[in-house]
Design a protein around this ligand. Structure first.
Ligand code: CP
Length: 333
């Protein structure tokens, strides 16, 4: 695997999930793999889980880690080609990405949707520009429209629970919208759907009318506008707010969509998942979040495993490339 930004970068999603499960069972297998390699983690917005779990994962593999809050500590970056840079943006992403690539063997990049213009956000400009100009593998730590490390974590969590609970039947997985006071991006639900499509799951998305995700992600997936109906017989309930795609970035008002104990009672004693951070008693009621069906903390713990699995795959790819170039150099000599 060269980059990690979407399922299309991965030869097989089920095999990658299996590799992540192997990392969880045997986390020290490749403790030296990243020796003398540097991971740069660059953030354009706040993060708790992504930042700490990816740093820990890199350290588990012997890597050095550099971290920077680009939006607060770096120069403002221009992304347009051919512009006269006479405004507030001091550096072009072409140089910034290329320079960072001089210091790092692998780059993790976290950007965030502006939620002003769907066409702009859906270009994933920073990820694409870094892929083009950095010259080293790029890991998406969340883009404007995708959160692949979160999604790998989510699939790993579901598979881990299925194994531990001896759950052999095809699971019913429900992604449910829940209320929020702010306009949030569609990255987590988009990615969850995009990755889950590669698994043998019975997936249903439920949300109020007007909260449809982009059909680029939801095509072929069952959508149910009645939340209570969708939750019936669910084995896993993934809760997340997102803002409108059609009426881009607008907050959707539907207060009765909060996940309560009453709603969870409709399920097949489903496990409750959320990527966190979560607003209590707005998105999910206290009694559910603190209840025995909630697996959100273990899910967050699995972020470290998923990040380690991805770094391992990338380092194995890098090391294989280095061995080949050593071999060709010795042949030339
Ligand atoms: N789930 C997630 O990405 O959390 P952070 O925003 O804290 O990194």
């Amino acid at each position: 695997m060269k980059h990690f930004t979407a399922p299309s970068d991965v030869p097989s999603v089920p095999e990658l999930v299996q590799k992540a499960l192997d990392v969880k069972r045997n986390p020290r297998r490749y403790a030296q793999l990243g020796n003398n390699k540097t991971l740069g983690l660059f953030f354009f917005n706040p993060s708790l889980r992504t930042r700490l779990s990816t740093q820990k994962a890199a350290q588990n593999l012997g890597m050095s880690v550099m971290m920077m809050n680009f939006n607060k500590e770096g120069w403002q970056l221009e992304t347009e080609a051919g512009v006269i840079m006479d405004g507030g943006k001091a550096e072009h992403v072409k140089e910034a990405a290329a320079v960072v690539g001089q210091y790092c063997d692998v780059i993790g990049l976290r950007t965030f949707a502006k939620l002003e213009n769907a066409a702009e956000d859906y270009k994933e400009t920073f990820i694409q520009q870094f892929k083009q100009h950095a010259g080293v593998p790029i890991i998406s730590l969340e883009s404007e429209i995708r959160h692949p490390l979160q999604s790998l974590t989510d699939l790993l969590t579901i598979e881990d629970y299925r194994i531990r609970k001896n759950h052999t039947q095809k699971p019913k997985v429900v992604l449910t919208w829940a209320p929020h006071v702010k306009a949030l991006p569609q990255a987590v639900p988009n990615s969850f759907v995009e990755w889950t499509k590669h698994m043998d799951y019975d997936l249903t998305i439920t949300h109020p009318q007007g909260a449809e995700l982009s059909t680029e992600f939801t095509e072929g997936v069952n959508i149910e506008y009645d939340q209570n109906k969708a939750l019936q017989e669910a084995d896993f309930v993934y809760v997340k707010n997102w803002s409108s795609f059609a009426n881009y970035g607008k907050v959707i008002e539907a207060p009765d969509w909060t996940i309560t104990a009453e709603k969870m009672a409709l399920t097949n004693q489903a496990y409750l998942m959320h990527c966190l951070p979560v607003r209590r008693n707005l998105v999910i009621a206290d009694e559910v979040l603190d209840g025995s069906q909630s697996i959100v903390i273990e899910q967050a713990g699995n972020r470290e495993t998923a990040a380690q699995a991805i770094l391992q795959e990338i380092l194995l790819h890098l090391n294989a490339g280095e061995s080949l170039s050593d071999l060709s150099e010795s042949l030339i000599i």
